[in-house]
Structure formats: C-alpha cells, structure tokens
Design a protein around this ligand. Structure first.
Ligand code: ATP
Length: 337
C-alpha cells in the first residue's frame, strides 16, 4: 500500500486530479497495486480560503506520505512548488520529451530528458530593491552543481539511448556562476568515461532543440534555463498536454505536469490529462525502484502503452488534434487498463 498525497491545484488542476484519481482507482481495482490517496489544498484557492497558499496540514500530510502528486497551481506557484522543492530537497527536476505517434508534433523521433537543477539559481526568490533598481541574486554552488551532474550521468547510463550528457550553460557571459556549473559538470564527467559529454551555450541549445533535437539524450542545466528549455522541448514533441515532470530527492519525490494552471481552458473539460497521467507513470517507476517492487514497473509500462496506443489510434484530446474531452479520454484509458 502506497500513501499518495495529491495537491488538486487551480485552473485545470481539479480536472486533471479527477482523471488521476480515476486512473489510480482503476489500477487499485484491476491491477492489484494498492494506493491510499489523500487530496490536499494548495495554491490560489487555498490562499483565498485559508490565507496560506501552502497550508501547514498540507505540508504535514505530504511529509507523512510515500510520494506526492501535484496538479498545477495558479499565481501562487512560487509559494507552493518552489517552497516544496527546497523544503523536501527535491534537487533534480526531470523532464522527459518523447515523441508519441500521430501528434501535431514538430518531430516524431525524439527521446530526450532534461535534468534541471531544482534548488538554486534565480528561482530562490532572493530579490531586493536598490535605489530605483531591482536586483535578483543568482546563487550557483559547487555541491548542488555536482549533485545534479551526477544525477544526469547516472540517468544517461541507465537509459537505452546514446548515453550522452549535454551540459547547457552560458559561461562565456556569466563567468563565475555558469563557469562554476560547467566546471563542476566537467569534473563529474571524468567519473563516467562510458558516457559521452559535451557542452553547449543555452542560446545554441534553444536553436538546436528545433534544428536537430534527435542529437540530444540527457541535457543537464541550471534552474531557469531548464524551465525554459523544457517547455520548448515539450512543444517539439507535441505540446505541454503530453509533458510530465518529476522532482526527485534522495528520500522523497513529487510528480507534476510541466505546464501551469492553463486558466484559459479551465472548467471546459478539454484539458489533456496525459501530462499528469504520464507523471503517474514516472511516479510508479520511482516507487518501483525505491521499494524494489516490480509490479510498479509493470503497471507504469502498461499505463504508458495504453496512452501511446490510444493516441496512435486517433483517440486524443483537442490540443493534439483529437476530439475527446478530458473525461472521455480518461474513460478510454481506464477501460483499456
Ligand atoms: P506557468 O508559467 O505557470 O507554467 P503558463 O502561463 O506558461 O503557466 P500554462 O498554464 O503552462 O501557461 O499553459 C500554456 C498554454 O498551454 C495554456 O494556455 C493552454 O492553452 C495550453 N495547455 C497547457 N496545459 C494543457 C493541457 N494539459 N491540455 C491542453 N492544453 C494545455
């Protein structure tokens, strides 16, 4: 029995959460993998109702669970996810970009993952006014850089791909901060002679993700660059509706879609739940590895193939060229499971 804490979020968050609960309940019933799900408030609605975007009880319940699923939250995201990442030391943000068939994608031959440092950089919120200017502190440490580099090389080693790590930075301009990040990655690379290593400036990387995305395997980069590049890579393979993410630490992990609350389509039952459901696939793989539970791997694989096959057969939501609603698409998945 795995205890899952589930933040239901804002915008399309509650619709995606309904879909996630349906799928998890089906796995419970049909595939003999047991979950106890506790839904939790956090985000704009929680802020409005309780005065806190991340209520104390929510934090406590997450800490008492085996794993956390988080639907997107709205304007208060910085007070929720950024805080949770740091509080739980979820230092690795993993964002796969993988081609699925018959999508409105730019390319259909991509299988890469962005490993983004999750605790430092301009996202720590250390900002202040200085006269009539505003200043943001960018902190990059050797420890955090080496830790994420190691994670990226281990990921490349385990993946069935080119076994290549591309370190993305801008050390020609930010010589100290990105210089340290690059130097740390170069040092870690020496311990992985079987993994190819290359460096790329972030602007060149943004271009190459469009020009020759098939050349990437694992990208390792700092927090802000990773955030931007992963939205781009998700679009190359078909859009944010198919883009899952994991926030991983040594003892705990949180899984969420790459995208935000998408208020423009909220409440219309048209959001693509795949981003969240593929996050559940990543969650199952993580639980399987942590608890040596092969059943988790089997169900993870099954869930991904069901989504893959449905999309291939043209059963898909509007964002990727289909006509199914969120709930219809979810029902197709639970039927196939
Ligand atoms: P944030 O900065 O919080 O990531 P954002 O302003 O980048 O948010 P998102 O909410 O991430 O915006 O979404 C951008 C657009 O992509 C949305 O307006 C929506 O049209 C589309 N979109 C995002 N997620 C989905 C989804 N699951 N299904 C369908 N369309 C989506």
């Amino acid at each position: 029995m795995y205890k899952i804490s589930l933040i239901t979020g804002d915008g399309i968050g509650p619709e995606l959460s309904d879909s996630a609960i349906s799928v998890l309940n089906t796995i419970n019933d049909k595939l003999d993998l047991k979950f106890e799900i506790t839904t939790l408030p956090a985000g704009d609605k929680a802020l409005h109702e309780t005065g806190k975007a991340l209520p104390d009880e929510t934090i406590q319940t997450i800490k008492n669970s085996d794993v956390c699923l988080k639907a997107p939250v709205g304007e208060s995201a910085a007070d929720v996810i950024v805080v949770l990442r740091r509080m739980l030391d979820l230092y690795a943000n993993i964002r796969p970009a993988k081609s699925y068939p018959h999508m409105s994608a730019l390319r259909d031959d991509i299988d890469m993952v962005i490993v983004r440092e999750n605790t430092e950089d301009l996202y720590t919120g250390k900002e202040f006014s200085l006269g009539n200017a505003a200043v943001a502190l960018r902190i990059i440490s050797e420890d955090a850089s080496k830790r994420i580099a190691k994670y990226a090389f281990e990921t490349a080693k385990q993946r069935n791909n080119m076994k290549k790590v591309t370190c993305v930075h801008k050390s020609n301009v930010m010589r100290m901060t990105d210089g340290l990040f690059a130097k740390s990655c170069i040092e870690v690379a020496k311990n992985y002679p079987d993994v190819l290593f290359e460096q790329m400036y972030v602007d060149a990387c943004a271009m190459n993700l469009i020009r020759q995305p098939e050349k990437f395997d694992v990208i390792v980069t700092t927090n802000l660059f990773g955030d931007i590049l992963s939205d781009e890579s998700s679009q190359v393979v078909g859009g944010l509706g198919m883009a899952p993410a994991a926030n991983i630490g040594d003892n705990f992990a949180l899984f969420e879609p790459v995208h935000g609350a998408a208020f423009d389509i909220a409440g219309k039952n048209i959001a693509n739940p795949s981003s969240f459901l593929l996050s559940i696939k990543m969650m199952l793989d993580w639980l399987g590895a942590k608890h040596h539970d092969t059943k988790c791997f089997t169900v993870a694989q099954k869930l991904e193939s069901v989504i893959f096959d449905l999309v291939k057969s043209g059963v898909k939501t509007k964002d990727i060229g289909g006509d199914r609603s969120t709930s219809e698409f979810t029902r197709e998945i639970t039927n196939k499971l």
